[in-house]
Design a protein around this ligand. Structure first.
Ligand code: MTE
Ligand code: MO
Length: 199
């Protein structure tokens, strides 16, 4: 009974909920495959490609500026969750530690568990994007991507990689897992970029 889990947004929320989306009750989990379990001690994060190769530990991440975020979350399967509260590291703060080759224009997100998703460098470097390790005041649960996930609020949530462990900087667009399987290369919810026009 979908009515138990989704509701239509009232008029006051219509400018918050993109076309074709419904409000989720609770915070659904959407994972393709198994949930990797990674301890903070074992956790490593790498950057490579058109950036100086570098590995980060959990302590390196914790030494970066920490911020609070409230963001809406839109899954392409038509549920949205408003005002999700997170804590973590802004992408722009993280990128202070990365030496980027000026030829880089695109980014592939890599994860524990082998999920990938692509994003343009412009979409990636936006001020409102962040790496999250805390959800509603608690350590980010493994099913929601803990120890660390990316959150890109202005795109559908499949662009927000859970268990993210690497960024590969590229000079051209390459497609990630869902994008190779028919999803849109960008995934902007207000223009309903759900599926690739090539399919
Ligand atoms: N590594 C990984 N990241 C992922 C996914 C996944 O299957 N694996 N699913 C994506 C999709 S389709 C959505 S809607 C969100 C769901 O996040 P949630 O499970 O925390 O709600 O994570 C995204 N990030
Ligand atoms: Mo999704």
């Amino acid at each position: 009974m979908p009515g138990q889990f989704f509701q239509k947004p009232g008029p006051e929320l219509r400018d918050r909920v993109p076309p074709g989306q419904h409000l989720a009750k609770g915070f659904p989990v959407l994972t393709y495959g198994d949930t990797p379990i990674i301890s903070q001690a074992d956790w490593r994060f790498q950057v490579w490609g058109l950036a100086t190769r570098k590995t980060f530990s959990w302590d390196d991440l914790m030494a970066m500026p920490q911020s609070e975020f409230t963001a809406d979350f839109h899954c392409v399967t038509t549920w949205s969750k408003l005002d999700v509260q997170w804590r973590g590291v802004k992408v722009t703060d993280f990128m202070q530690a990365v030496e980027l080759d000026p030829k880089a224009t695109h980014v592939m997100q890599h994860c524990y568990g082998d999920y990938t998703t692509n994003i343009s460098l412009d979409d990636f470097l936006r001020e409102e994007n962040f790496f999250a390790h805390t959800l509603f005041g608690e350590p980010l649960p493994a099913e929601h991507g803990g120890p660390l996930r990316l959150v890109v609020p202005h795109l559908y949530a499949w662009k927000s990689a859970k268990w993210i462990n690497g960024l590969e900087f590229l000079s051209e667009m390459q497609l990630g897992f869902w994008e190779r399987n028919g999803y849109h290369h960008r995934g902007e919810p207000w223009s309903e970029e759900r599926y690739s026009s090539r399919y």
